[in-house]
Design a protein. Structure first.
Length: 262
């Protein structure tokens, strides 16, 4: 009888130890799950807090900025200036309907611009090139809706993955920004699709890249109802020339202009 009692006590003792271990494991697992949830929450928050996008060129912003004054110049004066290539073509990795841009820190995926049919129709992204001196990729995002074309152009910073979306003056995207002689400014323009002699110009100042959110800032603007733009060439960091035109009887009549940033 004494032996049976001792065996019962021993088994009860072993059972208590196992139960304590199970409880400890449950607590450990719960703690691990909570920690994982906290980490996931922190990671998601970090991603949301570090969104690196900014829009430039809204009409209400430009309305508060100086309007550039224009002077007439001769064709000879315009032709004396030589334009220089600021954009370099780059090859990208491609896979199916996507292409990839590798920056210094991240690989970005973009859906190719093509006709997907159905609701998507013609849509997607296209890489126009790379500003070597500024370390910016020029990318377009285009789409069609009810036979109308829409587009935007943005610049992706190779060094910090910041995106600078240049808001269009109309439905289609603006033309490629052109850096000034020593990369102090960017000038871009938009020719109206619905007016025969209408254009808009935006000027972006290039600032300190150590402050990416304000690396590019709106500086001045210009609007004309007298001509569209065929070409812009910088003379200095503050002066650029325009080759403008208007169509008369399906022929282009050219005019030449000088604009200066004060």
């Amino acid at each position: 009888m004494k032996q049976i009692l001792l065996s019962f006590i021993f088994l009860s003792f072993i059972s208590c130890i196992k139960q304590k271990k199970n409880d400890a494991n449950i607590k450990t697992a719960s703690k691990t799950e909570i920690t994982s949830e906290n980490k996931a929450s922190k990671t998601e928050k970090t991603v949301l807090d570090t969104t690196k996008k900014t829009d430039l060129g809204y009409a209400d912003k430009y309305e508060k900025l100086p309007r550039l004054a224009v002077d007439t110049i001769t064709e000879t004066e315009f032709n004396q200036l030589k334009s220089f290539a600021s954009l370099e073509k780059v090859k990208t990795e491609k896979n199916g309907n996507f292409f990839y841009i590798q920056t210094e820190h991240t690989k970005h995926q973009f859906k190719k611009y093509k006709d997907y049919g159905g609701e998507e129709s013609w849509s997607g992204y296209d890489l126009l090139g790379y500003y070597t001196n500024l370390k910016l990729f020029a990318i377009t995002n285009s789409s069609t809706s009810e036979s109308l074309g829409f587009g935007e152009l943005f610049l992706l910073d190779d060094t910090n993955d910041y995106e600078y979306n240049i808001v269009s003056f109309g439905d289609r995207r603006v033309e490629l920004p052109i850096p000034s002689v020593n990369n102090k400014y960017l000038v871009y323009y938009y020719n109206s699709a619905y007016e025969s002699q209408n254009c808009d110009i935006g000027i972006l100042k290039i600032n300190d890249k150590k402050k990416p959110k304000t690396y590019l800032t709106e500086t001045a603007t210009y609007h004309s109802d007298e001509f569209k733009i065929e070409k812009i060439i910088w003379k200095t960091d503050h002066v650029f020339y325009i080759k403008g035109y208007k169509e008369v009887d399906r022929q282009k009549l050219y005019s030449y202009h000088k604009l200066a940033i004060k």
